[in-house]
Design a protein around this ligand. Sequence first.
Ligand SMILES: Cc1cc2nc3c(=O)[nH]c(=O)nc-3n(C[C@H](O)[C@H](O)[C@H](O)COP(=O)(O)O)c2cc1C
Length: 353
Amino acid sequence: MFDNLRLPVIVAPMAGGPSTPELVAAATRAGGFGFLAGGYLGAEALAGQLDRTAELAGDGEFGVNLFVPGAEASADLTDYRARLAAEGRHYGVEPGQPRWDDDAYPAKLDLLVARRHPMVSFTFGIPSAREVTRLHEVGSTVLITVTSPAEARQAAAAGADALCVQGFEAGGHRALVADDANDPVGGELYGMLAALRLVSAEVDLPLVATGGLVHGADIAAVLAAGAVAAQLGTAFLRAEEAGTNPTQRRALADADRPTALTRAFSGRPARGLVNRFLREHSAHAPAAYPNLHHLSKPIRAAAGKAGDPEAMSLWAGQTYSQAREGTAAEIIERLRREATAAITRASNRLLGE
Ligand SMILES: Cc1cc2nc3c(=O)[nH]c(=O)nc-3n(C[C@H](O)[C@H](O)[C@H](O)COP(=O)(O)O)c2cc1C
């Protein structure tokens, strides 16, 4: 799997703006592999992005990622709504309606089946065995993202062709299959290499490693550890083709904030740069995704428009300070050079040459 890439690097799907058809196509054209982010999009918008990416990517294949909807949360949101009403007043907007929805998942799945899309990945849950079969029947390869050996067993049982194994270093939402409301971070926090080792002991499937990988040497490391490819998100947030908000770009470049996991913006644990919103609300945020995502959306948008990083979700992985600017092709070429140098160094060291 991913055998024909010049560099086994996947540009992660990054919903909410960063993933653009231009970024996905550039990754694919540069010899890596790009994923469109289907999350938060309606089926029609996703169809438009599929067409545009295909136009830009030429013959190159690319993947599409979907959010698997979870059960509707039963948490009482009264107190959190009041907190965010005060935020709304600060930014001159009304908070959104904290509703549950299925992210148009059935319609987007139908679209990908109808288009016989070659590669589909999932996060936030495990598609049903029936859904996986529908994709297999049209020739699609199915990747499921997991964060633990237990989730890996579930994904394998559903019929996944490969797993994307996410360490806690990762930027953005944790790919937790079940979100335990009593746990602020979502279960045991496995680091990238630990997760890869434990998952490979559980299931016999190709594994893609993701979380905190930002340098070519990191790619060499996960390949040496048995992964078939490395999936990088934050490393491409500053790419020219990425749709990253300019205020977030500045915060990434300043590199003066720690990262933390929080439910404050969306109701699901996610890693981002620490800002005022995250500090003030994390301890109070109920486990209610996507209700909190909708509730906070107008506030995040208003802060972004005002160039104020303190109430935006500044998703980024732990190694974000090492993410570099440039075109996606330049970043990929740098990663390739670094990975080759690192693997040569490592092999000389091991073999005593
Ligand atoms: C801004 C942002 C948005 C993300 N959106 C998605 C998404 O839509 N679907 C998904 O499967 N993963 C998403 N992720 C997680 C990535 O797939 C990947 O696991 C993560 O970026 C790896 O860690 P890194 O950011 O340190 O490279 C997102 C990550 C970031 C930083």
